[in-house]
Design a protein around this ligand. Structure first.
Ligand code: AP5
Length: 217
């Protein structure tokens, strides 16, 4: 059973790597951002509660997101493992996840921390376009779609995430920096913790992460 947590700032490539690794290992990719955005689009109670926080680039309340994730991990689809993208994001969430592993008598997860310089992150996020229909992501310069503003996979319209605008990004990066130190302290004592350079070309990075997971399992 492979349980993997991906840490990293907005735009580090957590989602990009999680999608590739989930395919390789045939385990679910659990993205808290995708779950929240889906709930916002469907107008659910959770979506209504989360929407304001996301628009401002703040974190949604710990207990709200933690309850959803822990319930998901209990589901049958997670029996063979999973990749957590965007969770935990605070020390409170990390401790709750650890308590959960202890309660169900499971080992802790692998934790990878993808690091990238701020100036690269801002370019990546402001240039990102996301398919409204299937959620696939592109970059206007580094990974343009074949047809302007149309998804290669489903031909859905490509849009900029409202929280990918520059004024919100600045806040998201600040919020990230406030939390990451404590998370690094918490996880870095584990033998299953590894830092990766997120400025590498995506496929090379996936290979390096896969090699690390394969050698450490
Ligand atoms: P979320 O959706 O998780 O956003 P994020 O963490 O800010 O991460 P991003 O999706 O922006 O970036 P990513 O690292 O996945 O990068 P990607 O692969 O897309 O969360 C959104 C909001 O939800 C939060 O702000 C918060 O409000 C709320 N939330 C979520 N989880 C929460 C939690 N646990 N607790 C509380 N609140 C929570 O790549 C970015 C771009 O770069 C793409 O264009 C891609 O093509 C490109 N790219 C990727 N890798 C590379 C590479 N190696 N080289 C060149 N380009 C690359």
């Amino acid at each position: 059973m492979l349980k993997l947590i991906i840490l990293g700032p907005p735009g580090a490539g957590k989602g990009t790597q999680a999608i590739k690794l989930a395919k390789t290992y045939r385990i679910p990719h659990i993205s808290t951002g995708d779950i929240l955005r889906d709930n916002i689009n469907r107008g659910t109670n959770l979506g209504e509660q989360a929407s304001g926080f996301i628009k401002r680039g703040e974190l949604v309340p710990d207990n709200l997101i933690t309850k959803i994730i822990l319930e998901k991990l209990d589901g049958e689809e997670c029996n063979l493992g999973y990749i957590l993208d965007g969770f935990p994001r605070t020390i409170w969430q990390a401790k709750k996840l650890d308590d959960y592993f202890r309660r169900i008598k499971q080992n802790s997860a692998f934790v990878i921390n993808i690091k990238v310089d701020d100036n690269i992150l801002v370019d990546r996020i402001t240039g990102r376009r996301t398919c409204q229909k299937c959620g696939a992501t592109y970059h206007i310069i580094n990974l343009p779609p074949k047809f302007e503003n149309k998804c290669n996979i489903c031909r859905g319209n490509l849009v900029q995430r409202p929280d990918d605008k520059i004024n919100v990004i600045v806040n998201r990066l600040e919020v990230f920096k406030l939390q990451i130190k404590k998370l690094e302290e918490f996880y870095s004592i584990s033998p299953n913790y590894q830092i990766f350079d997120g400025s590498e070309e995506p496929n090379n990075l996936t290979k390096k992460i896969a090699k690390y997971l394969c050698c450490s399992e």
